[in-house]
Design a protein around this ligand. Sequence first.
Ligand SMILES: [Zn+2]
Ligand SMILES: [Zn+2]
Length: 51
Amino acid sequence: MSNDSKKCAMDGCTCTPPQGQKYCSAYCETAKGSTKLECDCGHPACESQKL
Ligand SMILES: [Zn+2]
Ligand SMILES: [Zn+2]
């Protein structure tokens, strides 16, 4: 596994987390166990993916 991806660690989230963080938000850290592919963290990158 490489670490060069800067993307949020939650599947379905396309946000870039703050440096040193695996998740862009507390929402993603909480939702990581769920199987939903739709991210609801509220960041514009994810909002634009939702229908
Ligand atoms: Zn997101
Ligand atoms: Zn995220």
